[in-house]
Design a protein around this ligand. Structure first.
Ligand code: SAH
Length: 385
């Protein structure tokens, strides 16, 4: 072994010694959110000097366009006097700041907003509080969406669902077995699988297209309840939600658990708590969860298309007029957010919307910008093509 173990690895080994091999989902949860040693609990992982970067950290345009989307949805909700603007996993708080800046375009919307940040990490909560200092809007913090009080609500989540733990099962000769983390003969952490098959797994959980899997194929799923709660809340509050993340549109087999450290892929078992662990979002499963609570799904759309429909090109040009010395930077950021190469953010990331089924999504709504010009930022930016 040679290298020093992380504190979390000592803890994980202790748990495996006591209770036996640990399901992958439990391993991922400890790595990310163990109260003392979890990755998010101890790190500010974002930006060029951190481990990875995200759309709101790349450019203010992203959050601003999301803000216009939110203002437009608020109107479609009937412009309630108070609206809870909820963000799941707000990271450094950058997106919420940009959303609020865009809110200046619709002052009555900005006036209606109360902010609710759902954040598990006390360190990142501090960071978000600092970011929002100076915005005169009331903000509250919660550990889960369940804790957010009822009321008209718009929910936002960028790169949140990919950081929720995934469980894994592997197809063996006698059926699906849960994948686990164990200690191997060389005393290293290693993947393995539980001795007994998962009872009734294919009847209960698996979508039909996955049932005919070959031996060795892996299926991932999430047991986290946030998607259900999200569906429940948008229906109960006559509201809407916008989720932007990367993943696959249809449920499928394949291992997507990955670890990133200092902008590079690393072995997910190498430094528990020291690297970011994520897995693809299964958009079909996400939509099914929200729909099972009565919500209507809009999209998903590629991020590039979504941002274009919301007007990223004109927003970029406006920013360049305001800050000509930053023109190259703005062009690069726009290119990065909308890059449609297979590994580009514009194609890899998807935007999916959820709403109360009766929320009107007509094209006739528009937002008047400060300059007096009318630019359209319809919620139909998420409608099916
Ligand atoms: N949305 C931000 C950050 C994405 S990283 C951005 O785009 O830059 C994931 C965020 O979700 C972090 O803020 C992390 O602390 C938070 N998070 C992870 N798991 C969570 C959980 N179970 N409950 C609440 N927040 C969580």
């Amino acid at each position: 072994m040679g290298e020093a173990l992380t504190s979390l690895e000592v803890e994980i080994r202790r748990r495996i010694a006591m209770a036996g091999p640990m399901p992958v989902g439990q391993y991922m949860r400890l790595c990310l959110t163990h109260p003392d040693f979890g990755y998010y609990m101890t790190h500010d992982p974002f930006g060029p000097l951190g481990d990875f970067t995200t759309a709101p950290e790349i450019s203010q345009m992203f959050g601003e366009l999301v803000g216009l989307w939110a203002a437009s949805v608020w109107r479609q909700m009937g412009a309630p006097e108070n609206v809870r603007l909820v963000e799941l996993g707000p990271g450094r708080g950058s997106m919420m700041l940009d959303v609020l800046r865009a809110g200046h375009i619709v002052p009555s919307f900005r006036k209606a907003v109360v902010i609710h940040m759902v954040e598990v990490s006390p360190a990142l909560e501090q960071r978000q509080r600092q970011a929002l200092t100076g915005s005169e809007i009331h903000a509250e913090w919660h550990r889960s969406l369940e804790e957010v009080p009822d009321g008209p609500m718009i929910i936002l989540a960028n790169e949140f669902f990919d950081s929720l733990p995934v469980q894994q099962a592997i197809m063996c000769a006698d059926g699906w077995h849960e994948r686990v983390v164990r200690i191997d003969d060389d005393k290293r952490l290693a993947f393995g699988h539980a001795r007994d098959p998962l009872p009734l797994f294919d009847q209960m959980l698996l979508p039909p297209q996955v049932r005919a899997a070959q031996i060795g194929e892996i299926f991932e799923w999430r047991t986290d309840q946030t998607a259900l709660e999200l569906g429940h809340r948008v229906v109960r509050s006559n509201g809407a939600a916008l989720v932007v993340d990367y993943g696959h549109l249809k449920s499928a087999t394949g291992e997507t658990l990955q670890a990133v450290c200092a902008h590079d892929f690393v072995d997910p078992l190498a430094t528990p708590g020291g690297a970011d662990l994520t897995a693809h979002v299964d958009f079909q499963a996400l939509a099914q969860a929200a729909e099972s609570m009565g919500a209507r799904t809009h999209g998903p759309l590629d991020q590039a298309e979504f941002l274009r429909r919301l007007g990223i090109d004109s927003r970029g040009e406006a920013l360049k007029v305001a800050a000509p010395h930053k023109a190259d930077e703005i062009d690069q950021a726009r290119e990065r957010l909308t890059n449609e190469a297979t590994t580009g953010m514009g194609a890899l990331f998807k935007a999916i919307g959820f709403s109360h089924p009766k929320l009107k999504t007509g094209r006739d709504r528009s937002i008047r910008t400060r300059a007096g010009r009318t630019s359209r930022y319809p919620a139909t930016a998420l409608a099916k093509r």
